[in-house]
Design a protein around this ligand. Structure first.
Ligand code: B3K
Ligand code: ZN
Length: 892
C-alpha cells in the first residue's frame, strides 16, 4: 500500500514483498494523442496467481481520469471496486478475465517528465520506475511481465512519426488528417519498459549485419536540424552490438532497434525495449558542439542502455529493491565495454581510474551520509531517490569483485548460467549470486553482505619482514562504520589484489603460504573474510614495497602507512597502473591535508620539492600515455580532501588546493609549456582515445599555466579560444580564461570571450548548458551571481539539463562559494529546491541531496544549513521525493 499524501510518507519494505495477485499475459493499448487530453484504452488479459496471498486485482494509477472499467465486456459495479491513495482495487474478480480500462491524461501539463509528457511539441514517455501508472491503471511493478501491442493515433502533420516498442506491424491514414501506427513487441516485459514517441522527428538509419548473419535496422531519431550530430551515437550502437556478441555471446533479439533523443529528460537515458529514449546530451555530438568527455559519455551511455537489453530487459528485477541487479551489472558491462574499446593496458587503467574517482568522490560520500543504503536497500519512501551511485557504481564494484574472484572465464560461465536459468524472468540479486556460486563451485555465502550492509569498509594493513626466514607478512583487518539503521557490521568477503616490488621497482614472483599461486604470478588476490587475517609470503630476499589493492580490487578505503619514499617508488615503478596513479594521489592528499591544516592555523604554506619533482618526472615521462600523465597531475578534488576531515572547512581546502596548483605552476612552468606544445592535435578533429588523451594533457597544462598571473600564458589561452577547431579546446580555453585572476584588462578580455561564446552557440542548447555550467563553477561565482544568471533569458528551471547546468553545478561543484559564511548559498539552494519541487519532484530531490552532509561542517554553517533544510521540509505540498531526502538529512 502506498499513499499520495506526502505529509505522511509511507515507507515500503523489502520484507513485505508479496507476489502479485494476478498475472497479465497480454496488453493491448490504443492512444489518441492530444497534448491537452490523450485518451488511452487498455485491454489486458489477466489470470489469478494461485501462489499469492493477494486476492484482489490491485492496479496503481496516478493523475488519471478513469472513464471506463469493464471485466469481460461488462462495466464493473461501483460497489466492486475502490480507488484510494493511488490504488484501484477490484474485489471478487474471476480467475481469468479480460480487463478494459479507459483513461484520460494531460501530457502537456505533465512537468514531472514521468509518464507521458510533451517536450518541444512532441510526445515522449518515461515509465521507470513508476511512470506507467500515470498512463493507465496497471499492476505497475516489475514482476508483472506481459506482451504488448500498441496502436498510436494522431494528427499526421503534427505527429508524422509514431513509435513504440518492438516491430511496426501496420500503419495508415485515418479520416480528419490523422494517421495510425501499430506496434507489437514480441517479448514480454514489465510496464516500466513501455515507451512511445510521437512527433516531428527525423532519423539516421542503417541495416546492420549481426554475427549470425541476421540483418537488423538501427535508427537514431532526432529533431530536424540535428542529423549532423548522430553519427557518433550510431557508431557507438554498432560497437555495443558487436561487443556484447563477442564478450558475452549475447545477440540483439529484435529486428529493429531505435534510439530517440529528447531535450527534456530527467536522467541520462532509458532502456525501453527496442525504443531507447535518450537525453540529447548523450546522443548529439559533432566536433563543434561536443567535447572529448561528451563523446566518451555518449559511447558509454549508448552501450549501457543497449546492454540492458539482456541485463534488465530479458532478465529483469522482481521488485525495485533489486534495482542493482540490473544497474550494477549493466554499469560493470558498460565500463568493460569502454575499456575494451580503447584496447590498450593503459587505456583500461585510465578508464578504471576515472570510474574509481567517481566512486570515491560521490559514492563514498553517500555511504557516509544520511541517505546511505545497501546495494540492495531494505526500505524506501520514493524509489526514484534510489537511483543512486550506491546502486549503480558500488553495485558495479560488487559485480567486479565476482569477476576478480572467479577470473575472466569463471565470470563468463556465471553469466551464461544466469541467462540459462532466468531468461524471461523477474529475479533477485541473490539469483545472480547463486549463478556465480553454482557455476564456479565457490562458496559465496558471505559475499551476500555486500548486498545487505551499507557503508564503506576500511581495510587496515600492517606489514612485517623477517630477514632470517625471508618471509614477508601482511596483516589485514577490516571494519565498517555504522550507517543509518545498521550499527554493527559483520566482516565482508574482500578480494585484495597484492603485488610486491623490489628495490629496482620490479615485481617479485609471489609464493603465498597455504595458497596455491599460479606459477610466476606477480599479483595474488588475498581473500579477506575475517575481521583480521595474516598472509605470509615466502622466499622474499629483501624487504619489498607492497602494492596493495591493485586495480582497486574492492570498494574499500585502504589504510597503510606508506612512507613518502615508498610512494615515490610506486609512482615511478608499479606495474599496476592503477596503484601507480594511486601513489601519486596519496602523496598529493597527504600534502593537501597538511596545507589545509596550515591554512586553518594561519601558518605559512609550503610545498616540498620531493612532491614537485615526482610530478615533474611523471609529466616529462614520454613513455607514459598522456592520459595517464594527465590523471597523475590532476589533484584530488576539494570534495575528496573534505572526506579526510572530521569537520570540513571548504574555504580552507580551496585555499590549500589553489596554493598547491599555483606552486606547481610556478615550479613546473617550463615542463607544462613543453607538455602543452608536444600535445597539440592539429588537423581534423577525431575523438579517438589517442587524440583525446593528448588534448586532455595539453588542456590540463593550460589550466595549470593560468594559475600563475602572467600575460604570456593568458595570451596562449586567448589564442587557443580564438583559433580552436573543436569544442574540447574552445571550452578548456574559456574555462581557463574565466578562472584567471590577473589584471582588469585581462578580466575584460575573459568577459568578452564568454559573451562571444554565448553568441556563437545560442542555438545549441547543449553548448549553452556548458556556458551556464562554466559560470556555476567559476571561482568568482557566488549565490548572488547565480541569481543574476537565473534571470538570463536562456535560463529555465523546467528543463533539467539547464537546471543542472547552473543550479546543481553551483551547489555541488563550487564548494567554497556554496558554503559561503553568510549562508547565501543555502538560501539559494532552498529557493531552488522549493521551486523545482512544484515542477519536477525527481530533479528537486536530486538537488535536495546537496545538504546531505550538513553535519560535517562547522557549527556556524550547520545552523544555517539546518534552517534551510527545515524551511524546505516545512514547505506545503512537498513531494515525497524531496520530503524523504530532507527528512533523512534532518534526522541525521
Ligand atoms: N534505467 C534508467 C534509469 C531510470 C531512472 C528512473 N528514475 C536508466 C539506466 O540506468 O539505464
Ligand atoms: Zn541502467
Amino acid at each position: 500500500m502506498r499513499t499520495d499524501t506526502p505529509s505522511t510518507p509511507l515507507t515500503i519494505y523489502r520484507k513485505d514483498y508479496i507476489a502479485p495477485g494476478f498475472w497479465v499475459d497480454t496488453v493491448e493499448m490504443g492512444f489518441d494523442l492530444d497534448p491537452i487530453a490523450t485518451h488511452v484504452a487498455t485491454r489486458m488479459t489477466m489470470r489469478r496467481n494461485p501462489e499469492s496471498s493477494e486476492k484482489d486485482i490491485v492496479l496503481f494509477g496516478e493523475s488519471l481520469k478513469l472513464l471506463q472499467l469493464r471485466i469481460n465486456g461488462v462495466s464493473v459495479k461501483k460497489s466492486s471496486y475502490s480507488i484510494e491513495n493511488g490504488i484501484l482495487r477490484i474485489r471478487n474478480a474471476p480467475d481469468e478475465l479480460t480487463l478494459d480500462i479507459e483513461t484520460l491524461i494531460q501530457p502537456a501539463k505533465n512537468t514531472s517528465l514521468s509518464g507521458l509528457y510533451v517536450s518541444n511539441n512532441n510526445f515522449f514517455t518515461q515509465c521507470e520506475a513508476e511512470g506507467f501508472r500515470k498512463i493507465t491503471f496497471f499492476p505497475d511493478r516489475p514482476d508483472v511481465m506481459a506482451k504488448y501491442t500498441v496502436m498510436l493515433r494522431g494528427d499526421k502533420k503534427k505527429y508524422p512519426v509514431l513509435l513504440s516498442n518492438g516491430n511496426l506491424i501496420a500503419e495508415g491514414d485515418l479520416p480528419g488528417g490523422r494517421h495510425f501506427a501499430k506496434w507489437e513487441d514480441p517479448f514480454k516485459k514489465p510496464s516500466y519498459l513501455f515507451a512511445l514517441v510521437a512527433g516531428k522527428l527525423v532519423c539516421q538509419q542503417e541495416k546492420y549485419k549481426l554475427k549470425s548473419g541476421r540483418k537488423v535496422l538501427l535508427q537514431v531519431w532526432v529533431e530536424d536540424g540535428n542529423l549532423d550530430k548522430t553519427q557518433h551515437a550510431m557508431d557507438s550502437l554498432k560497437n555495443s552490438i558487436r561487443w556484447d556478441e563477442e564478450r558475452f555471446g549475447l545477440e540483439l533479439d529484435l529486428d529493429r532497434f531505435m534510439i530517440v533523443a529528447v531535450s527534456d529528460f530527467n536522467m541520462g537515458a532509458m532502456e525501453n525495449k527496442g525504443l531507447n529514449i535518450f537525453n540529447t546530451k548523450y546522443v548529439l555530438a559533432n566536433p563543434s558542439i561536443a567535447t572529448d568527455v561528451d563523446y566518451a559519455g555518449i559511447e558509454s551511455v549508448v552501450g549501457h542502455e543497449y546492454f540492458h537489453n539482456w541485463t534488465g530487459n530479458r532478465v529483469t528485477c522482481r521488485d525495485w529493491f533489486q534495482l542493482s541487479l540490473k544497474e550494477g551489472l549493466t554499469v560493470f558491462r558498460d565500463q568493460e565495454f569502454s575499456a575494451d574499446l580503447v584496447g590498450t593496458a593503459t587505456g583500461r587503467a585510465v578508464k578504471r581510474i576515472e570510474d574509481v574517482r567517481l566512486l570515491r568522490q560521490v559514492q563514498f560520500s553517500e555511504d557516509a551520509g544520511p541517505m546511505a543504503h545497501p546495494v540492495r536497500p531494505d526500505s524506501f519512501v520514493e524509489i526514484n531517490n534510489f537511483y543512486t551511485v550506491t546502486i549503480y557504481e558500488k553495485g558495479s564494484e560488487v559485480v567486479r569483485m565476482y569477476y576478480t574472484l572467479l577470473g575472466h572465464d569463471g565470470f563468463r560461465k556465471g553469466m551464461d548460467l544466469y541467462f540459462q536459468r532466468h531468461d524471461g524472468q523477474a529475479v533477485e540479486c541473490d539469483d545472480f549470486r547463486a549463478a556465480m556460486a553454482d557455476s564456479s563451485g565457490r562458496n559465496l555465502k558471505q559475499f551476500e553482505r555486500w548486498y545487505s550492509q551499507a557503508g564503506t569498509p576500511r581495510v587496515k594493513v600492517e606489514s612485517s619482514y623477517d630477514k632470517a626466514s625471508k618471509t614477508y607478512e601482511l596483516t589485514l583487518s577490516q571494519s565498517c562504520p555504522a550507517t543509518p539503521g545498521q550499527s554493527k557490521k559483520l566482516p565482508f568477503h574482500i578480494p585484495v589484489a597484492v603485488g610486491l616490488l623490489n628495490s629496482n621497482g620490479k615485481d617479485l614472483v609471489l609464493n603465498l603460504e597455504g595458497q596455491a599461486t599460479p606459477s610466476k604470478a606477480t599479483t595474488v588476490v588475498l581473500e579477506l573474510t575475517s575481521a583480521k587475517q595474516t598472509f605470509r609470503f615466502t622466499g622474499v630476499a629483501k624487504k619489498p614495497v607492497p602494492s596493495i589493492l591493485r586495480n582497486f580490487s574492492a570498494p574499500v578505503v585502504l589504510e597503510y602507512e606508506y612512507t613518502d619514499e615508498e610512494l615515490g617508488h610506486l609512482l615511478a615503478h608499479d606495474s599496476d597502473a592503477f596503484n601507480r596513479w594511486e601513489a601519486g594521489q596519496r602523496l598529493a592528499m597527504r600534502r593537501l591535508v597538511k596545507l589545509t591544516k596550515s591554512v586553518l592555523q594561519g601558518e605559512a604554506l609550503e610545498l616540498d620539492s620531493m612532491f614537485v619533482e615526482a610530478l615533474r618526472s611523471t609529466l616529462n615521462d614520454r613513455t607514459l600515455d598522456p592520459s595517464f600523465r594527465e590523471l597523475v597531475l590532476t589533484l584530488p578534488s576539494e570534495a575528496m580532501v573534505a572526506e579526510e576531515f572530521k569537520e570540513v572547512n571548504p574555504q580552507a581546502i580551496h585555499q590549500a588546493r589553489q596554493f598547491m596548483r599555483s606552486s606547481l605552476t610556478q615550479q613546473l612552468r617550463a615542463d607544462l609549456l613543453t607538455a602543452y606544445e608536444e600535445n597539440l592535435t592539429p588537423g581534423k578533429y577525431s575523438p579517438d582515445a589517442v587524440s583525446a588523451a593528448k588534448r586532455g594533457l595539453k588542456n590540463l597544462a593550460l589550466s595549470y599555466l593560468l594559475e600563475w598571473p602572467e600575460d604570456a600564458t593568458f595570451a596562449l589561452a586567448k589564442t587557443q579560444f580564438d583559433e580552436a577547431q573543436n569544442m574540447t579546446d574552445r571550452l578548456a580555453a574559456l574555462t581557463a580564461l574565466t578562472n584567471f585572476s590577473g589584471s582588469a584588462k585581462n578580466a575584460k578580455v575573459s568577459a568578452q570571450a564568454l559573451q562571444k561564446f554565448f553568441r556563437d552557440f545560442k542555438k545549441e542548447a547543449l553548448v549553452i548548458d556548458k556556458w551556464f555550467m562554466l559560470q556555476g563553477t567559476a571561482r568568482t561565482t557566488d549565490a548572488a551571481k547565480v541569481r543574476e544568471l537565473m534571470k538570463h533569458p536562456a535560463f529555465t528551471l523546467s528543463n533539467p539539463n539547464r537546471a543542472r547546468s547552473l543550479a546543481f553545478s553551483f551547489c555541488n561543484a563550487n564548494p567554497s562559494r556554496f558554503h559561503a559564511a553568510d549562508g547565501s548559498g543555502y538560501a539559494l539552494w532552498a529557493d531552488l529546491v522549493v521551486a523545482l519541487n512544484k515542477l519536477n519532484p525527481q530533479v528537486a530531490a536530486r538537488l535536495a541531496r546537496s545538504l546531505d552532509r550538513w553535519r560535517k561542517y562547522p557549527k556556524a554553517l550547520q545552523v544555517q544549513m539546518k534552517a534551510a533544510l527545515q524551511r524546505v521540509a516545512d514547505t506545503s505540498k512537498l513531494s515525497k521525493d524531496v520530503l524523504e531526502v530532507v527528512t533523512k538529512a534532518l534526522a541525521s
